[in-house]
Each structure stands twice: as C-alpha cells, then as structure tokens.
Design a binder for this molecule. Structure first.
Ligand SMILES: Nc1ncnc2c1ncn2[C@@H]1O[C@H](COP(=O)(O)OP(=O)(O)OP(=O)(O)O)[C@@H](O)[C@H]1O
Ligand SMILES: [Mg+2]
Length: 229
C-alpha cells in the first residue's frame, strides 16, 4: 500500500567520479519504510551507509532511481524546494553532533524553527529539552556539555520540526557504551512517542538489533536481514 509509505526508494544507484575512475557505491537499491517503523542499516565501512542516508534525506542526488518522502519525489525537486521540504519533513542526527558552538543548547534546538520564521520555537525547544533530560542545561554552550549530552541536544533539535522520517548516521559512534545505550533508548522512545519513521546507520550491534527491521548493505546491494521483530 504505497500511501502508507513515509519513505520509498526505488532502483537507487549512486557512483562517484574519481579522476578517470567511476566508483559505484549503490546499485539498484529499493526499500520502503512506513509511518513509525524503525530500521537499522549495517555494513562494512565504505559500503555506502552514509551515502544511502544522504540520498534518502535529499542531501545528495542519485545517478538513477527515485526517492519519495511523504509523497514527494526528492530526486527531482529543485534545490530551494528541496531545502524547504527537508526543513519541514526530515530530521538528521550525525555522528559528530554538529551543534552550532556559538549557540546555547536551547538556541541549537530552536534553530530549525527559527530559520523558518516560526513563532513559539522556544516553547517547543524547551519541551524537547525536557524530553531528552536536559532542561537544566538550556543556557549551556556545546563546549560545556559532554558528548552524550551534545547528542541528546542534537536529537531534540532533529525532532523540533516533527519530522515524518528521522535519519541517524552512526549516532553512537563517538560515545562510550553507557552513553551509547542512553542515546539508543532516547531514539526509540521518541520514535515510538512521535511515530516517526527511523533509519539508523550503525556499526553498533546492540543498536541495530533494537530496530524493527535490519538491512545490510554490501557490494552496493541492500539485503533485508530481519523483518519486524
Ligand atoms: N563525495 C564523494 N566523492 C567520492 N567518493 C565518495 C564520496 N562520498 C563517499 N564516497 C565513497 O563512497 C563509498 C561509500 O562511502 P560511505 O561514506 O557512504 O560509507 P559508509 O558505509 O558510511 O562507511 P562508514 O561505516 O565508514 O561510515 C566510499 O568508498 C567512499 O570513499
Ligand atoms: Mg558512514
């Protein structure tokens, strides 16, 4: 049932040009996620996990195939329309947190809404800081926060636009095992609470097993390893 798909990828291929060589990274990949569904994406380093997430989020464009998010085909949207669409429907969490160092925790969480000129950003950001357990840190700058705390801020920021789909690229990669577990709990708690579709690229076996579905990417091909546990 196509209409229940939040993310639908079909025949996706991506290659990079390196001098005279063409490096084929993804080869004819198809899959979809429905509302509130979670999936992990695993595979060796360099297999194309970040590339696939970037294509799905409209941060990069494929050489072939289509990416449909909430009924919109991203691969053919013009750059400005794509940016607007991303800011309205898509969330992204990075391995390296990517907070703005000159903004406080609260301001970082507010930023996506502020950029859209929306009112009420501070209230919603405050609520999300509470959800991630960092309400007391609202006036702290990223340099005053631990890595785990910075990632919790980044997760709050990624939810401020109520994304239909959230992409997380190795969200626990820079954290110790205790903080990794906290981030894992938070990602799935918010995914269930907000019914966000969630796609996580990870080398963290525990995190991968927690997701509802498991995809493995190898040699440019995507295989589903486990369906809906
Ligand atoms: N902009 C680019 N130009 C050229 N090659 C690229 C570019 N981006 C990625 N690649 C190549 O594409 C392949 C896949 O990279 P990607 O970052 O998607 O892998 P990954 O699975 O995320 O790896 P890791 O687990 O280490 O994060 C690699 O061979 C990489 O060198
Ligand atoms: Mg990567």
């Amino acid at each position: 049932m196509e209409e229940t798909n939040i993310l639908s990828v079909s025949g996706l291929s991506k290659s990079y040009q390196s001098g005279d060589d063409t490096i084929s990274v993804l080869n004819n990949i198809s899959f979809s996620l429905t509302k509130g569904e979670s999936a992990a994406l695993v595979g060796p380093s360099g297999s194309g996990k970040t590339t696939l997430l970037s294509l799905c989020a409209g941060l990069e464009r494929p050489n072939a195939g289509s990416v449909v998010v909430c009924g919109r085909r991203l691969d053919i949207l013009a750059e400005d329309a794509l940016a607007r669409f991303r800011s309205a429907c898509v969330g992204f969490v990075f391995q390296t947190f990517q907070l703005v160092p000159t903004l406080t925790a609260l301001e970082n969480v507010m930023l996506p809404l502020e950029l859209r000129g929306e009112n009420n950003a501070a209230n919603r950001a405050g609520e999300l800081l509470e959800r991630v357990g960092l309400a007391k840190r609202r006036t702290h700058y990223p340099s005053q926060l631990s890595g785990g705390e910075q990632q919790r801020i980044a997760i709050a920021r990624a939810h401020i636009n109520h994304p239909a789909v959230l992409f997380a690229d190795e969200p626990t990669g820079n954290l110790d095992s205790g903080n990794a577990r906290l981030i894992e709990e938070l990602l799935f708690e918010l995914q269930q609470s907000f019914q966000t579709a969630l796609l996580i690229a990870t080398h963290n076996e525990h995190l991968a097993q927690r997701a509802g579905r498991l995809f493995r990417i190898d040699n440019g091909l995507l295989n589903e390893q486990r369906v809906n546990n």
